[in-house]
Ligand binder design. Sequence first.
Ligand code: FES
Ligand code: FES
Length: 166
Amino acid sequence: MAKTHVTMTVNGEQVEGLVEPRTLLVHFIRENLQMTGTHIGCDTSHCGACTIDIDGMSVKSCTMFAVQAQGAEIRTVEGLANPDGTLSALQEGFRMMHGLQCGFCTPGMLMRAHRLLQEKPNPTESDIRFGIAGNLCRCTGYQNIVKAIQYAAAKLNGVEFQEAAE
Ligand code: FES
Ligand code: FES
């Protein structure tokens, strides 16, 4: 099948490749770019493990073709750390609040939470729960993921995170 040349920016770097028209963006990222932080849990838009940031929106990268991302500005979990290599507030939150167990959902959760905090720097608990509703986690029961995002929001706002009494 004839291949198409695509270019896009991923984590600040210009990338390019030859793809078939049917190549999913998540496959381009994982296989052509060898960036395997973006996971594939279902391939059918249900689980959210493949969530990345495209042109300022959260997108499940199994739901679009690589050719549709021509010219796009993309961020994946590999681009989430601070520029000096230290953990971002969200990564630190997931670590400190035990927001993961097996870790399979975590890249997608982090990227979805990243966009959520861009859109709502002071989210309520229900904003967070609603915001991550498209991302499934089979391990944690979500409670510590919510706390991890609350931790990050507090840190980004320069206040100390206070856990709500249970
Ligand atoms: S792999 Fe894309 S939503 Fe599950
Ligand atoms: S930590 Fe295992 S699926 Fe979320």
